[in-house]
Design a protein around this ligand. Structure first.
Ligand SMILES: [Fe+2]
Ligand SMILES: [Fe+2]
Length: 190
């Protein structure tokens, strides 16, 4: 059994480590070699994959619980899913660019700042209220769903899918399967 906060914190920890690594560079502008740039692209793909899964699972399981269990839940969930949708647009554009494109570093730098702010928002504004409001058995159940949902979660951002649990549950498995098929063909995320 995994408590929902433990499951989400683990993801946040991994994402933050990837952000720090990417921030260290080197970039094209700071003299990265072709091999270093290829690795930078791979690391960015991995970040997009992990981030896409994480946000999709939050949208399926965590934000509906926030809406259900907190008086301010709808406001908080709207704000958070709005940040997540904005980030998906950035990541969808980033995913299409090569690491030697100037726009690549601009988008990546924007994502690094926005992602840290988003994580901070969740951990400091939402989690304390949810820790107090969520019965332990529901926290455990949501944690299991999030930890267990990783294999079948979408690996691409899909900014045009609304962040509602209904839309994600209906479209999610087919979308995730299509994402994985494309990843297998292109070697993305290997
Ligand atoms: Fe999130
Ligand atoms: Fe999160």
């Amino acid at each position: 059994m995994t408590d929902v906060f433990t499951a989400l914190a683990q993801d946040h920890h991994e994402v933050k480590a990837m952000l720090a690594e990417l921030e260290r560079g080197p970039t094209k502008a700071t003299g990265a070699t072709a091999d270093q740039l290829a690795l930078r692209k791979k690391m960015t793909e991995q970040l997009i994959i992990e981030e896409s899964k994480h946000e999709a699972l939050e949208e399926m399981y965590f934000w509906p619980a926030v809406r259900d269990h907190l008086e301010s839940g709808s406001t908080l969930a709207d704000q958070a899913t709005g940040q997540e949708q904005d980030a998906k647009h950035v990541l969808a554009s980033l995913d299409k660019l090569g690491p030697d494109d100037a726009e690549f570093e601009k988008l990546l730098a924007k994502f690094v700042v926005d992602a840290r702010e988003h994580i901070e928002f969740e951990e400091s504004q939402v989690w304390p209220l949810m820790r107090a409001a969520l019965p332990p058995e529901i926290a455990a159940e949501l944690g299991d769903k999030i930890a267990g949902g990783k294999k079948s979660a979408p690996t691409r951002p899909h900014p045009h899918t609304p962040p509602s649990p209904g839309a994600l549950k209906a479209a999610g498995p087919a979308v995730a399967a299509a994402d994985k098929a494309r990843d297998a063909v292109t070697g993305r995320g290997d």
